[in-house]
Design a protein around this ligand. Structure first.
Ligand code: NOJ
Length: 734
């Protein structure tokens, strides 16, 4: 590779080298306010390194032909797209997939996504997003793996593996691009694109680990984020892009900016386009998405001594290396296959995988009197704006996904209900009645949320009549597709008012109400939790939504998902996360007391804690058995619990290991996830579940940012979620 790239670079002009650093957008995946112009001419002139937004064999072939036939050096282009949770076959949104706690499933989904995407000419995806998110107001919490650094790293690494496979140059593997480096999930007030300000200690211990884990998993590229880190935008931040990423973590791929994040540094107050572009290159950025700042200004900066030839060469080399690794120099059309596109996309197997993964992602939040699973008899009323709806099944970021091909809840339930059950339906309410909100949801003039012409009262009345004639009500409500995802922050995270009014009217009928919740984020469900009979959180399940939901509702699959982000009781508690510090005045968990760290008007507790999720069966945990309580140095501790399925159904349980370090040189979280195992237990069956603990799991970054463990006492917890645990203590000497 080195020799090949060096030889090629020896033939390149400075302008051609700078051209490789340019990534314009083609097609319709515009996620900013600037569009690329004159792309074809630029390709001919050697001013483009890659294209994002173009896919489909015919289209990609045409564009690649221009590059390899009509540009002087015939360098192939790299083709990228946001393939976030599936390409054509859509899987649950990432936050949903993370709730499976099954890395193998995320790897499988990413493998299928890569197979489908590569058949359509793509060889690069802007995924996974591994930003830690502690603020559900932030709409992009839907795109990541939740709030935990360890789980986030394990799942992110699994996705990288799924996309890239063992051989990046195979025609069905694609390069992953880990984003948004870094700390993008910590925008103040949960507002998109907002300021991030945190200590290095927090970065190293909580926010950086998932990026690091995906670098270790071999991601070929990273995306720099929009936000500032320590006052300097990530895209121009040398500490982040070079010191940490390359020098500490030994990353050897390339870094692309986020959409116009180079030119946005002008707004951040870092200088004019020439200055910010030079800053980005010097910081370690290799490719400029859409700004064209590097393309337009780098030659001038070179002439003026603001950047060096070596800096340009280095970035160019990294882009060419990526193309080499993808096998594009050998065959620029390797990823373009009409034949594969016809055979490997939306296959029954891919759809089946999507259905299974979706069922595993559902989180049962409440199930009073075992109302679920539903019996296949009597009258089941399906009510709500998502009950007979295909568009909202897919969730955010579905560029290649076609919602017309998704299975609605109605279709899925009807297909499984059998001859003895009658399914009735009423829409019951609009997704929202707020016209201003609807305008924002329907961005780019897409009719994503439409209004039923009837009055809210008339719709509710119809729903109430339908409910009265039923044995059980299944209310399918929540957030629509564009209520979460990029640029979809919300200051109020309730179920929209029109739907809440519907729920209240349904509960008033006295019929049991099962709430099937569509959502891209944790919502505030305090009223719902107190008033409905059951809540099954299905996120946005993807192409097979209705089938997977019916699988869970009727018990063909017993729900096993667990939350990876805390559900607060009220928006005022945010940020609320399980791995918080103790403070000097911790609350005792009972009642609000003056001069303790608590609220006057609300408990500190979440509604549903991290790691929480019920099953149709019940699991009982025996006491925690520790192999030793006194340890020295590199010994291994074994922590074991007996888990018994004490209910009527076979089921799966994710057993979680947490560790707390109550005395250290820096204040440490009350507990941190350090391991998990998802097990299957038949009704009545017991299993001993053991975790091996070594000093690695006790390690953290201290105030000198040195990674090590400190001798002393440790609390060991094993349980069904971050709150309900069995506890033990050990003393570990150096
Ligand atoms: C902006 C988003 O922040 C990023 O995640 C995405 O990959 C790019 N737009 C390209 O669509």
């Amino acid at each position: 590779m080195d020799a090949y790239v060096s030889d090629l670079m020896s033939k390149m002009t400075v302008e051609e080298k700078i051209g490789q650093l340019n990534l314009p957008v083609a097609g319709f995946s515009m996620t900013g306010t600037k569009e690329s112009k004159g792309v074809e001419e630029k390709i001919r002139a050697g001013q483009v390194g890659g294209i994002f937004g173009a896919y489909g064999p015919e289209k990609v072939r045409k564009i690649q032909e221009i590059a390899v036939n009509e540009s002087r050096l015939k360098i192939p282009l790299i083709f990228g797209l946001d393939v976030i949770h599936g390409h054509r076959t859509i899987f649950p949104i990432p936050l949903g997939m993370s709730a499976t706690w099954e890395p193998a499933l995320l790897e499988r989904a990413s493998r299928i996504a890569a197979t489908e995407a590569s058949a359509e000419g793509l060889n690069w995806t802007f995924s996974p997003m591994v930003d830690i998110a502690r603020d559900p107001r932030w709409g992009r919490i839907s795109e990541g793996n939740g709030e935990d650094p360890y789980l986030g790293g394990v799942l992110g690494a699994a996705m990288v593996k799924g996309y890239q496979g063992d051989n990046l140059s195979a025609n069905n593997t694609i390069m992953s691009c880990v984003k948004h480096y870094g700390m993008y999930g910590a925008g103040e007030a949960g507002r998109e694109y907002n300021t991030v300000d945190m200590s290095r200690l927090s970065m190293y211990n909580y926010y950086l680990p998932p990026y690091k884990a995906t670098v270790e998993a071999g991601t070929g590229s990273m995306m720099s984020s929009f936000n500032v880190v320590d006052g300097i935008p990530a895209t121009g931040n040398r500490w982040l892009l070079t010191n940490v990423l390359r020098n500490e973590w030994k990353f050897n791929g390339f870094v692309v900016s986020d959409y116009t994040s180079v030119s946005e540094m002008v707004n951040h107050g870092m200088g004019d386009l020439q200055e910010v572009s030079a800053l980005a290159l010097r910081a370690g950025l290799d490719m400029d998405m859409v700004s064209e700042g590097l393309l337009i200004t780098l030659k001038k900066s070179l002439d003026e001594g603001k950047v060096t030839q070596q800096e340009i060469d280095q970035a160019c080399r990294r882009i060419l290396e990526a193309k080499y690794k993808l096998g594009l120099f050998e065959d620029p059309f390797r990823y373009v296959s009409e034949d594969r596109a016809a055979k490997e996309i939306m296959t029954p197997e891919n759809r089946q995988a999507s259905r299974e993964i979706a069922a595993h992602s559902f989180v049962l939040l409440k199930n009073d009197k075992q109302i679920l699973p539903l019996q296949k008899k009597g009258t089941i009323a399906l009510i709500g704006p998502f009950a007979n709806n295909k568009r909202d099944m897919l969730g955010t970021w579905v560029i290649g996904g076609e919602w017309e091909k998704s299975v609605s809840v109605m279709e899925g339930v009807q297909a499984q209900a059998g001859a003895n059950a009658r399914i009735t339906y009423a829409k019951g309410s609009n997704i929202t009645e707020d016209k201003e909100f609807i305008n924002r949801l329907n961005f780019f003039n897409q009719p994503m949320v439409t209004l039923d012409g009837r009055t809210p009262e008339a719709m509710i009345q119809e729903a109430v009549n339908t409910a009265r004639n039923a044995d059980v009500v299944v209310a399918v409500v929540g957030e629509s597709q564009s209520m979460s995802g990029e640029s979809s922050s919300r200051s109020n995270i309730d179920i929209p008012e029109s739907q809440k009014n519907l729920l209240k009217a349904l509960v008033k009928t006295g019929k049991p109400v099962v709430l099937v919740l569509f959502t891209g984020r944790p919502l505030t469900l305090t009223w719902e939790d107190a008033n409905v009979s059951a809540i099954l959180n299905v996120w946005a399940p993807g192409t097979e939504a209705g089938n997977a939901i019916a699988d869970a509702l009727f018990g063909a699959y017993n729900p096993s998902g667990k939350l990876t982000a805390t559900f607060p009781r009220t928006v005022g508690q945010i940020p609320l996360y399980y791995n918080h510090l103790n403070t000097g005045r911790p609350w005792d968990g009972k009642e609000s007391t003056k001069f303790k760290s608590n609220y006057l008007d609300e408990s500190n507790d979440p509604l549903y804690p991290f790691g929480y999720g019920l099953s149709y069966t019940t699991f009982e945990y025996g006491d925690l058995q520790l192999s030793k309580t006194e340890l020295t140095g590199a010994e291994t501790l074994t922590a074991t619990v007996k888990v018994t399925n004490t209910g009527k159904y076979d089921g799966e349980e994710t057993v979680q290991l947490y560790i707390g370090d109550p005395a250290a040189s820096v204040s440490r979280p009350v507990k941190e996830l350090k391991g998990f195992q998802k097990i299957q237990l038949k009704a009545g069956e017991s299993k001993d579940v053991s975790f091996s603990i070594t000093p690695e799991q006790l390690s953290f970054y201290n105030s000198d940012l040195r990674y090590d463990w400190e001798a002393g006492e440790f609390n060991i917890y094993v349980g069904t979620n971050s709150r309900d645990v069995k506890a033990g203590k050990v003393n570990w000497k150096k």
